[in-house]
Ligand binder design. Structure first.
Ligand SMILES: C[S@@+](CC[C@H](N)C(=O)[O-])C[C@H]1O[C@@H](n2cnc3c(N)ncnc32)[C@H](O)[C@@H]1O
Length: 234
């Protein structure tokens, strides 16, 4: 929330009041990336796979004043079962209300399993692709492989992918999913450049130097290497 000085007052940030999982460090790093993309004029659409109540979608919505903001969620209950159409519609409205507390940007919500969503569906909504994609839907390896393939197909030039729960020991399918996707697609040019706040940030190999350098300008604790690439750890 603006305090009249143009400075974000973290204590009053409406995103913090939305139910979900988002560390301050991951929020700050994602917002810095979104600003960087706006300045570099490479911002297109923003996409989230797995929306829950809209916490990260709100960050994407207020960080994108150029393109379309799209969220895909199957609207499952706590046990992973489909909600009834009535309850799913209520969940969608709940997400819209939550996002609206942080941003007036319209969001396009798709109620579906991500495996049933095609690149053509997404490019039909944002024809120039997506410059920020957050993968946080199903956490089994197969779900993650499918979601990375979808993200890879619609990532625009200069875009980034954030993967939630990478290296989280409680969610082994996420790490397994990325490594097995790479093993099955040895020519993939999706590579990591930063990790922190329970997320791994990736981009195309051609953009790696740019994003790796940018990451070192943000608060961080260490540098390392992963998948043959420089990685900043925060
Ligand atoms: C961890 S939550 C997402 C949290 C959200 N990104 C946030 O910022 O709070 C996972 C979400 O993914 C959805 N989901 C799980 N498996 C899915 C699938 N295969 N396709 C689409 N959505 C799925 C669930 O309904 C749930 O809302």
């Amino acid at each position: 929330m603006a305090d009249g000085t143009g400075v974000q007052n973290a204590e009053c940030d409406p995103v913090d009041a939305i139910d979900g999982w988002l560390s301050e460090s991951a929020k700050a790093f994602s917002e810095a990336l979104l600003s960087r993309q706006r300045l570099a004029l490479c911002q297109t659409g923003s996409l989230e796979l797995g929306v829950h109540r809209g916490k990260f979608l709100a960050v994407l919505a207020r960080g994108n004043d150029t393109g379309v903001v799209v969220g895909v969620d199957a609207m499952l209950d706590a046990e992973g079962r489909d909600l009834s159409p009535e309850h799913a519609a209520e969940a969608v409205e709940h997400i819209r209300r939550n996002v609206a507390t942080a941003s007036l940007a319209p969001v396009h919500l798709i109620t579906a399993r991500t495996a049933t969503v095609t690149p053509e569906d997404l490019l039909g909504i944002s024809s120039n692709g997506f410059s920020f994609i957050h993968i946080d839907a199903g956490h089994e390896a197969e779900d993650v492989r499918t979601d990375i393939a979808l993200a890879d197909a619609v990532l625009s030039t200069g875009g980034v992918i954030a993967m939630d729960d990478f290296l989280n020991v409680w969610m082994p399918g996420v790490t397994d999913g990325l490594y097995s996707y790479r093993a099955a697609n040895p020519d993939t040019d999706i590579v990591p450049f930063a990790a922190g706040g329970n997320k791994l940030f990736l981009c195309r190999r051609a953009d790696h130097d740019l994003y790796a350098a940018f990451a070192t300008t943000q608060p961080h604790g260490a540098r390392g290497r992963m998948m043959g690439c420089e990685l900043t750890i925060f």
